[in-house]
Each structure stands twice: as C-alpha cells, then as structure tokens.
Design a protein. Structure first.
Length: 137
C-alpha cells in the first residue's frame, strides 16, 4: 500500500503486528540461548565430571569426562594451537579482542607454523605478549 494511502489506523495496526513479531523473535532467541547453556552444562558421559583446576595440560584432559561446553572450548583451543586461523578468530571474538585491521592468514610454509607452535608450547604467554604489543601500537 503506498504511504500516502495508509491511514492512521492501518499504521497503528502494522506497528502493533511488527512489535508483537519482534517480541516473539526475541523470546525464541532467549529460549535458544537458555537451551544451549543448559545442554552445555551436561556431562559428555555418565559419572563424575573432571574439575578443570585439576588439569595442567591439554594432554592430561584426554579421555576425561567433561561438560559439553568444556569439551567444545577444549576443541576450539586445540584447533587454534594447531594453526586454524578461524579458531583463533573465534576465540578473539569471544574475548572481545578486535584486530585493528583485517589480516588474511595464508599458510604456505608449514615449517614456520610448526616453529611457531613449538615456541608457543615453550612459552604460552608469548601470544599474550604479541596481543598486548599490537594493542599498544
């Protein structure tokens, strides 16, 4: 319907319908978030769930019972450590770390990537130092 032919009554009705639809969409999103969080707290297997404070390395968490959320984060971190730039970007996004400029990562030299992985294994704080240096620039 052309704008000049919309009556005040029609405009109110359309606004009301839009508002009701918006409320419905927000409710569905809220319910989905709540379900995701609820399922995330469930253990992967029956039995006692490991205490994350008892884990000192990623290797020591292998075959341990954990929540779905913990397992998801463990996998994401392992992917990032193994050089998956999408996993690194996702972690940065969740932590609220934004790049000052878009960076495209293209791995052609796997030996350099292995060297970086080994360096980070020896000094896990090296990544924090790189991030802090880039934020002060």
């Amino acid at each position: 319907m052309p704008k000049n032919l919309i009556t005040t009554e029609n405009a109110k009705e359309m606004g009301s319908k839009g508002g009701k639809k918006s409320v419905e969409v927000r409710r569905r999103k809220r319910e989905a978030r709540e379900a995701i969080l609820l399922w995330g707290e469930k253990p992967i297997k029956k039995g006692k769930v490991m205490d994350l404070d008892d884990i000192d390395t990623y290797e020591s968490s292998v075959k341990k019972n954990m929540t779905a959320m913990d397992a998801t984060w463990r996998k994401l971190w392992l992917d990032a450590i193994n050089g998956n730039p999408n996993a690194v970007a996702k972690i940065f996004d969740v932590l609220g770390i934004t790049a000052k400029s878009e960076v495209k990562v293209e791995v052609k030299d796997t030996e350099s990537l292995r060297s970086l992985k080994a360096a980070l294994a020896k000094n896990p704080d090296a990544l924090d130092e790189i991030i802090n240096d880039s934020e002060t620039d």
